[in-house]
Design a protein around this ligand. Structure first.
Ligand SMILES: [Fe+2]
Ligand SMILES: [Fe+2]
Length: 285
């Protein structure tokens, strides 16, 4: 396991990074950050949540870099690679912003990545078109698209000025990533063979299993609704952490209204994949 590495002694890397990261958004007024009113246990819960986001955002950056590496081989144009490189920089910005909040809440010693598991995409020797399609569907059409709904739910509750600034920056970027992902999916999926499209639909069950566990925590029974519990009022909601049931509700709403119909529109067997997610999860244990 390795800590997410942020910081460099090389001046050139630092100045380029600062220019790319800071030019496109308003920086939080960090001197206004104040978590002193929180109970210790709430502050620690928040710290852990933001520290986990450091790892998730860092992993997005790694995934995008692997996708970019195979875009030319998949026959995608120069514009696609160039546009995707902006996304990679966005994820670097997100990693850093989440790290800055987590540090102010007590530290990021637990922001660890498993080099083998977290910093590589499994490719099972897929040809480039299928590799790009697989991770576009998983990371963008499900992951990034869900992020828009989830971040909106956090933004709606976020009242701390620094945290709100960070959440709004993340949301603004994710809205673009979501649009990029669907455009990429529209570019690559039609180039697949029927067999590959079928494989992609089956693989979608694994993505649903992952995102439903992380975002929904299985809070919605088949055909039922999420029972939304009481909203948080311990100060965590002001700083980017809402009740699990409210978070799950945001996930299922996004899933029903955008993700599923759009995946079906791309010709993928999304309903079947959703039904098979428990089976997919069991096969991975
Ligand atoms: Fe991100
Ligand atoms: Fe993103």
């Amino acid at each position: 396991m390795r800590r997410v590495k942020i910081g460099t002694d090389e001046k050139l890397f630092r100045s380029m990074h600062r220019r790319y990261c800071d030019d496109l958004h308003e920086l939080p007024a960090w001197d206004r950050f104040d978590a002193s009113a929180l109970e210790d246990s709430v502050r620690e819960e928040l710290r852990r949540a933001w520290s986990a986001r450091v790892v998730a955002e860092y992993r997005s950056m790694v995934v995008f870099s692997e996708l970019i590496a195979r875009m030319p081989e998949a026959g995608l144009s120069l514009e696609v690679s160039c546009a995707a490189s902006r996304l990679l920089q966005d994820e670097a910005r997100h990693t850093e912003l989440c790290q800055q909040i987590a540090e102010r809440l007590g530290g990021t010693d637990d922001a660890l990545v498993d080099v083998k598991r977290d910093l590589h995409l499994a490719d099972e020797n897929l040809r480039a078109e299928l590799f790009v399609a697989r991770w576009t569907v998983s990371m963008f059409c499900v992951g990034e698209c869900a992020s828009v709904g989830l971040l909106q739910a956090l933004v709606d509750e976020g009242k701390d000025p620094c945290v709100s600034r960070v959440l709004e920056t993340l949301l603004r970027d994710e809205i673009l990533h979501d649009r990029f992902g669907w455009a990429l999916a529209r570019s690559v999926i039609p180039t697949l063979t029927d067999d590959e499209r079928e494989w992609l639909s089956a693989d979608l069950a694994f993505s649903f299993a992952h995102y439903d566990r992380v975002n929904g925590r299985g809070m919605r029974a088949e055909g039922g609704e999420v029972t939304v519990g009481p909203a948080r009022s311990d100060g965590a909601e002001r700083m980017g952490l809402i009740a699990p049931s409210a978070y799950a509700q945001a996930w299922y709403t996004r899933l029903d209204t955008v993700i599923m119909p759009s995946l079906r529109g791309l010709g993928l067997a999304a309903n079947e994949a959703w039904m098979l997610r428990h089976e997919a999860a069991a096969s991975q244990r």
